[in-house]
Ligand binder design. Structure first.
Ligand SMILES: Cc1cc2nc3c(=O)[nH]c(=O)nc-3n(C[C@H](O)[C@H](O)[C@H](O)COP(=O)(O)OP(=O)(O)OC[C@H]3O[C@@H](n4cnc5c(N)ncnc54)[C@H](O)[C@@H]3O)c2cc1C
Length: 284
């Protein structure tokens, strides 16, 4: 199939993109890496009247280490994140997740902000942002506002972004040196979206885990922070007993529906398996 007819403008500045968005509202769509949007147009799942190409706005790209956080521009590609020494040093969870996103050709073009704005329930970046308690900066013609990742994802492909807003950058708090990260996912083939995945982070002190974060994806409409499982492990030695307690608590936290390939029961079982693997890594 071919995309329906649309007008196209390459924005030369963020201000120009915001003007156009204000004027055209939800009849316009931003084009970043195009790795999801172009497919959606071709399948006629989206039919905007206007595409506003923001892909050349260099101000929205790049990775900067600040005092206690890393600032990642919305147009930073998955591959730039994967290759970044700063990400590897300060955000190991993000570094571990990057190679799981699609294939190298897609990672070279697809963007961090595009993935977050799209909010696919099986995507890696939204879950990492929830686990790391990241903050998103959203701009419109009148100013900016910040929304926490944990409040941003509202439902299936639905977020707190308003039609006239652009996600400009993400600030990710740098976990302390005593934190460990574990990113695990199960997919049918390398490069596919996950069937189930888990972005996990915890402070590890002499074998005991605290400030545990377990952000699942592929198990619901949005990333899910498994609060009961987190509480079941917090402050306890990361033994097999903790894994068993966490796995049991997941029944309260997760209520996955089936997808094309896996039943709800399979997804629950995979979530338990991933929890056990992640806890082993966090405690190592
Ligand atoms: C074969 C294939 C496999 C894939 N596998 C995975 C995978 O395993 N995991 C994964 O996470 N992704 C996967 N993807 C998707 C890929 O990561 C996309 O790059 C990403 O989801 C969207 O980023 P983009 O820059 O291409 O955005 P685009 O496709 O350009 O845009 C996507 C949506 O976000 C909006 N948007 C983009 N940027 C902004 C912004 N700054 N502010 C507000 N709105 C914005 C657009 O208007 C559009 O609605 C896959 C894609 C393909 C084609």
């Amino acid at each position: 199939m071919k995309a329906p007819l649309f007008a196209y403008v390459r924005a030369r500045s963020l201000a120009k993109a915001l003007d156009l968005l204000e004027k055209h509202g939800d009849r316009a769509k931003l084009l970043a890496g195009g790795q999801s949007l172009i497919a959606m147009l071709n399948m006629r799942l989206a039919a905007p009247e206007l595409l506003i190409d923001i892909s050349r706005l260099r101000d929205l790209s790049g990775i900067q280490v600040q005092n206690d956080s890393v600032r990642i521009g919305a147009l930073t590609t998955h591959a730039e994140i994967e290759r970044s020494d700063d990400i590897a040093k300060h955000l190991p969870l993000v570094a571990q997740a990057a190679p799981h996103i699609a294939h190298a050709a897609i990672r070279n073009v697809g963007t961090f902000g595009g993935s977050i704005a799209l909010a696919d329930p099986a995507a890696e970046w939204p879950a990492c942002c929830v686990a790391l308690d990241a903050r998103f900066t959203l701009a419109d013609r009148h100013g900016t506002r910040q929304v926490k990742a944990r409040e941003f994802f509202k439902g299936l492909y639905s977020t707190a972004l308003r039609p006239a807003e652009v996600l400009t950058h993400v600030e990710v708090p740098i976990p302390g040196a005593d934190y460990r990260a574990a990113f695990v996912e199960l997919a049918r083939r390398r490069g596919d979206y996950a069937i189930v995945g888990l972005a996990a982070l915890a402070k590890s002190t002499r074998g005991a885990l605290s400030d545990v974060r377990l952000a699942f994806f592929g198990v619901g409409a949005t990333p899910v922070l498994a609060k009961s499982a987190m509480a079941a492990i917090d402050g306890k030695p990361a033994s097999s007993g903790a894994a068993t307690a966490a796995a049991k608590a997941l029944d309260t936290d997760l209520d996955p529906g089936p997808d094309l390939y896996s039943s709800a029961a399979t997804k629950m079982q995979l979530a338990r398996v991933l929890t056990s693997r992640a806890l082993t890594t966090l405690a190592a």
